[in-house]
Design a protein around this ligand. Structure first.
Ligand SMILES: Nc1nc2c(ncn2[C@@H]2O[C@H](COP(=O)(O)OP(=O)(O)OP(=O)(O)O)[C@@H](O)[C@H]2O)c(=O)[nH]1
Ligand SMILES: [Zn+2]
Length: 316
């Protein structure tokens, strides 16, 4: 039998077949995937092959194999074993919910999030929430930001989880896909999920300082079926949508508008800092690339973790 892992509690995995039949499965013996040093061999979102256990309670199974993952998001282990914990796998879209204020979501944070999504190979969509309360000036800022990120290739939608504005568009993007919702605490994740699927309440967690990641919370990701053929993975207690180690040389590749220009840089290993004839810096001077993006790039490159709570627009 084959199915998808909907829930994992450490030793038991809830697996749903394509016909909707649910099995509680275990793993037999040491079950390891080659090349991955992780604490959990099977994660929510995995497609698995399993056998139904005979002579036991009904709907029990043993997982025998995992299909290759298209992607997965991770958390570093809290102890120093250098192991990683796979939070979830096979994600189609990750939605970042953004508000200008109450709470503020700064471009540096958005950029860090997008870099992570690029590194993971997951499509990212930006949702600007609470547009019902913005004044004209704030709406202009949303428009500006949306235009900035659309130009790079990211889908952007202004929404109101409260009034229902553009929620149908979000649902459309989610149909037949597996989605994850992220954003700071208070941006409206719970309200949005409830607008999308009334009655479903998730324990959606804040994306927060990576410094707080050490504060271990023993909660587990879980996948939910929605009424319109979409699926959501809820990641409660997981601070951050994961941490990826990115080499300095590859960071620019996760800024799509930089990556596109890289072949035109004089040096093929150009870091776009002080190198001569750098196509990225030239585009920056012509204002074809946003300065806020370049600032975020330099900050990530320098490993300045603190900056994502500051506003890269302010003149400093
Ligand atoms: N005006 C307005 N308020 C909203 C909207 N969406 C959410 N809110 C309000 O924003 C506050 C926070 O919303 P939540 O849905 O609890 O935010 P959350 O992201 O789930 O927060 P955490 O659970 O802390 O992660 C609540 O008071 C909501 O009523 C919106 O579109 N417009
Ligand atoms: Zn360059």
């Amino acid at each position: 039998m084959t199915g998808t892992v909907y829930k994992s509690t450490g030793s038991w995995y809830t697996v749903k077949t394509d016909n909707g039949k649910v099995y509680e499965c275990r793993i037999k013996g040491k079950f390891r995937i080659k090349g991955i040093k992780n604490t959990n061999p099977v994660s929510v979102g995995d497609r698995v092959g399993f056998s139904v256990e005979k002579n036991t309670e009904e709907n029990r199974g043993i997982i025998e194999r995992i299909e290759e993952r298209t992607n997965y998001i991770i958390r570093k282990s809290v102890n120093l074993s250098k192991q990683t914990h796979i939070i979830a796998s096979n994600i189609d879209t990750v939605f970042l919910i953004i508000t200008l204020n109450n709470p503020p979501t700064f471009p540096a944070f958005i950029d860090r999030f997008l870099v992570t999504a690029e590194a993971y190979g997951i499509k990212a969509v930006l949702l600007f929430n609470k547009i019902d309360v913005y004044d004209e000036e704030e709406l202009l800022e949303v428009k500006y930001l949306a235009a900035l990120y659309r130009k790079i290739g990211y889908e952007c939608i202004g929404i109101s989880a409260k009034t229902g504005k553009n929620i149908a568009k979000v649902k459309n993007l989610m149909k037949d896909k597996v989605s994850v919702f992220s954003g700071h605490s208070g941006v409206g994740k719970s309200t949005l999920v409830n607008a999308i699927e009334p009655g479903l309440s998730l324990k959606t967690a804040e994306i927060s300082d990576q410094h707080q990641q050490g504060q271990h919370t023993t909660t587990f990701a879980e996948m939910f079926d929605l009424s319109f053929g979409a699926r959501i993975i809820d990641t409660p207690g997981i601070k951050g949508f994961g941490v990826v180690d990115i080499e300095k040389e590859e960071l620019g590749d996760y800024f799509p508008e930089f990556f596109e220009l890289k072949p035109m840089c004089k040096f093929n290993n150009c870091l776009h800092i002080n190198e001569p004839k750098c196509a990225v810096k030239e585009a920056l001077e012509r204002e074809e690339i946003a300065w806020s993006r370049y600032k975020s790039y330099l900050q990530i490159l320098e490993g300045e973790e603190e900056h994502y709570r500051k506003n890269n627009y302010s003149e400093d």
